[in-house]
Design a protein around this ligand. Structure first.
Ligand code: SAM
Length: 329
């Protein structure tokens, strides 16, 4: 009999979303993510091959996972991502294939990614000021803006801008980012800093509650309830009289674990059950030992049975030593 009943975790949540990290490497060093000069990445030989990734995603899709987001590290630093996208897009059951990127390499690949099957993208952008961008990420803002505009011209839609809001670093740009997204037809999401790794913990000193950001926006704009397709944790409003949606991702001030519908697969083939907990399950050696398809399905079910109820970023901010880039943010 075919095993295709849905993946339900011990807390009754239906797992239907996979975040797929294709590399832990990144060409930026965002202050809250990777330490400056960090080079201790996993070796490409340890990464799952495209064939291995496709096999795992096909198994997840058989168990009802419909949405897949390609992420990293910076996914576009890995070669031939459009080839992987095309393989995943062809899988029965996968009907939402998206990408998270810092957009530094997007200009060259946007059209090809769209053609291969990426429908929508999320782009990290914390500031619109070149000097500040350099200070936060070590990179060049103009490349990112060029990537964004090329993606828009290629018809990727919606394009969501992810802004990690940090007190005294970029919180004075919240309104500027609203105007930028209004002008270009992007969706805007604000994110609270999470204490992941030493960098995330250091950045959490600049934590600002998005409840405060929202209150501030309400003094300038009329915000009405809004919805946005996606399946993620953002709570959306719309700026009245416009099409602009603004999402608030509030892991600290208002956690959303009860609606968590996802697991993460690292580049090395480890399933992480929760961004903020250590529960994990390695698939790589099992795949390379030649397990059958039905054994793979059983491993996925077992892994999901290990999913914890919630993260504890607030209670134990010191416990998560992994960087976001190794888990697949
Ligand atoms: N490179 C891709 C990108 O820039 O979107 C994908 C990976 S990146 C790790 C995914 C998201 O995680 C980005 O939006 C980034 O801002 C966010 N992020 C990384 N570390 C974080 C932290 N400590 N707290 C909150 N968000 C974080």
């Amino acid at each position: 009999m075919q095993d295709n009943t849905p993946l339900i975790d011990p807390f009754g949540r239906n797992i239907e979303y996979l975040r797929l990290s294709v590399t832990d490497r990144c060409d930026l060093r965002c202050s809250y993510c990777l330490p400056k000069g960090f080079k201790d990445f996993s070796e490409p030989a340890e990464w799952l091959s495209f064939a291995e990734i496709t096999r795992v995603v096909a198994a997840f899709a058989q168990l009802g996972v419909r949405r897949v987001r390609i992420t990293g590290g910076e996914p576009l630093v890995r070669k031939d991502i459009p080839t992987l996208v095309a393989q995943l897009a062809a899988l029965p059951g996968v009907d939402d294939l998206s990408l998270s990127t810092n957009a530094t390499r997007l200009a060259k690949q946007a059209a090809e990614l769209k053609q291969a099957g990426i429908s929508r993208i999320n782009v990290s952008l914390d500031t619109l000021q070149p000097e500040r961008f350099k200070a936060i990420t070590g990179g060049q803002l103009d490349k990112v803006i060029h990537g964004l505009m090329t993606a828009k011209a290629a018809g990727l839609s919606p394009i969501k801008i992810n802004m990690v809001v940090m007190k005294g670093v970029n919180d004075d740009e919240v309104e500027a980012m609203v105007n930028f997204c209004l002008e270009h037809g992007f969706t805007l999401r604000f994110i609270e800093t999470m204490p992941m790794g030493d960098t995330g913990r250091e950045a959490s000193k600049q934590y600002i509650s998005l409840q405060d950001v929202r209150a501030r926006l309400e003094s300038h704009y009329e915000l009405v309830p809004g919805v946005m397709p996606g399946g993620g944790p953002a709570r959306y409003v719309r700026v009245a009289g416009t099409e602009l949606r603004i999402g608030f991702i509030t892991p600290i001030s208002q956690h959303f674990c009860e609606t968590c519908n996802r697991v993460r697969l690292s580049a090395e083939g480890t399933l992480h059950m929760c961004l903020g907990q250590d529960d994990s399950y390695s698939l790589r050696d099992r795949l390379r030992a030649g397990i059958s398809d039905s054994e793979l399905l059983a491993h996925l079910r077992h892994a999901v049975s290990l999913k914890p109820e919630r993260h504890e970023f607030k209670e134990y901010p010191g416990q998560m030593v992994r960087f976001m880039s190794s888990t697949g943010g």
